[in-house]
Design a binder for this molecule. Structure first.
Ligand SMILES: NC(=O)c1ccc[n+]([C@@H]2O[C@H](COP(=O)([O-])OP(=O)(O)OC[C@H]3O[C@@H](n4cnc5c(N)ncnc54)[C@H](OP(=O)(O)O)[C@@H]3O)[C@@H](O)[C@H]2O)c1
Length: 261
C-alpha cells in the first residue's frame, strides 16, 4: 500500500478534486484523512461517504481558506485530530472565471486571498506541523500557470505565485527533511468543469454539448480526466515512493500543453 498509515490533510475537499484525493489516500491505506470546506452539511455528507472507503478514519473540519485564522487553525486541528501529520494536500476553491475586463478590483482582492495568501498561510503551518523528516506538501494548481488561459485571468496571473512558492518551499523546507511538489490539472470532470462548459457555451453561443466537445477536442487523450486520475498522481507524490522528488511540477492534462520550455 502506497500510503499505509499516513495521516493526511486535504483542503477544499467536500467535492471535486479534493474529495477524490481524500478517497485516493484512503484507498492507498492512509490511517486518517481530514477533509475541509466551508459548507458544513456538504462536508459531513462527504465525510460519511469517504468513511466507507478503506479502513482509515475520516475527520471533517469546516474552514474558509480565505480567512487566515481558519486556514491556520485547520492545519492545527487536523494534526490534533489525527495525532500527527504526514502530508498536506493544498487544494483551494476555483477562482471566478473571466477575462481581464470582466473582473473587478474586488475580484482580484478575494482571489488573492483564495489562491495566494491561503497557500502561504497553509504552508507556514504545514512546515511547523508536518512529520520531520518525511512529511510533504502537494500543491494543486492548474495548467494555466504554464500556458496563459485568457478566460481564466485570475488563475493565470495569481497562480504563478504558487510556482514561486513551490521553488522557495522546496529549497527551505527540503533542508528540514520535508518535500513539496505541485500538480497541474488540465480539465477534470467536476462541478468546476461543468461551470466552465456552461460559460463557454454562453460566450460562444453554442450548446453545452458543443462547448464540451470544443474543450476536450484539444486534449490529445480526447477527454477530460476523471478526478481519480489526478488523485493517483497526488498520492504518489506524497508517498515514500517519491521520496527523492522535491520541487517537481507534474501536469496531469492528458498531454494538452504545447509549451516546450
Ligand atoms: N476541475 C478542473 O478541471 C480543474 C482544472 C485545473 C485546476 N482546477 C483547480 O482545482 C481546484 C479544485 O477544483 P474542483 O474542480 O475540484 O472544484 P469544485 O468541484 O468546485 O470543488 C471545490 C471545492 O472547494 C471548496 N471551496 C471553495 N471555496 C473555498 C474556500 N474559500 N475555502 C475552503 N474551501 C473552499 C468547495 O466547498 P465549499 O464551496 O463548500 O467551500 C469544494 O469542496 C480549484 O482551485 C480549481 O481552480 C480544477
Amino acid at each position: 500500500m502506497l500510503v499505509e498509515g499516513y495521516r493526511v490533510l486535504v483542503t477544499a475537499s467536500s467535492r471535486g478534486l479534493g474529495k477524490a484525493i481524500a478517497r485516493g489516500f484512503l484507498e492507498g491505506g492512509a490511517a486518517a484523512v481530514t477533509i475541509s470546506s466551508r459548507d458544513r452539511t456538504a462536508l459531513d455528507a462527504a465525510a460519511k461517504e469517504l468513511s466507507r472507503v478503506g479502513s482509515g478514519s475520516v475527520y471533517a473540519v469546516p474552514a474558509d481558506l480565505t480567512v487566515r485564522e481558519q486556514a491556520e487553525g485547520l492545519v492545527d486541528r487536523a494534526r490534533d485530530l489525527m495525532g500527527g501529520l504526514d502530508s498536506v494536500v493544498y487544494v483551494t476553491g476555483p477562482p471566478k472565471a473571466g477575462r481581464l475586463l470582466e473582473l473587478s478590483p474586488d475580484d482580484w482582492e478575494y482571489a488573492s486571498r483564495l489562491l495566494v495568501l491561503s497557500a502561504v498561510w497553509i504552508t507556514y503551518r504545514a512546515i511547523d506541523r508536518l512529520r520531520r523528516p518525511g512529511g510533504s506538501i502537494v500543491y494543486m494548481s492548474s495548467t494555466s500557470i504554464a500556458e496563459a488561459n485568457l478566460d481564466l485571468a485570475l488563475s493565470t496571473v495569481l497562480r504563478t505565485s504558487l510556482a514561486g512558492l513551490l521553488r522557495v518551499v522546496s529549497h527551505e523546507a527540503g533542508a528540514l527533511g520535508l518535500r513539496a511538489n505541485m500538480v497541474l490539472p488540465g480539465l477534470a470532470r467536476t462541478d468546476r468543469m461543468e461551470a466552465l462548459v456552461r460559460r463557454t457555451a454562453r460566450s460562444r453561443g453554442i450548446s453545452e454539448e458543443e462547448a464540451e466537445r470544443a474543450l476536450t477536442s484539444v486534449i490529445p487523450l480526447g477527454r477530460a480526466a476523471d478526478p481519480s486520475e489526478v488523485a493517483s498522481v497526488v498520492v504518489f507524490l506524497a508517498s515514500d515512493a517519491a521520496r527523492y522528488v522535491n520541487g517537481a511540477t507534474v501536469a496531469v492534462d492528458g498531454g494538452s500543453m504545447l509549451r516546450i520550455l
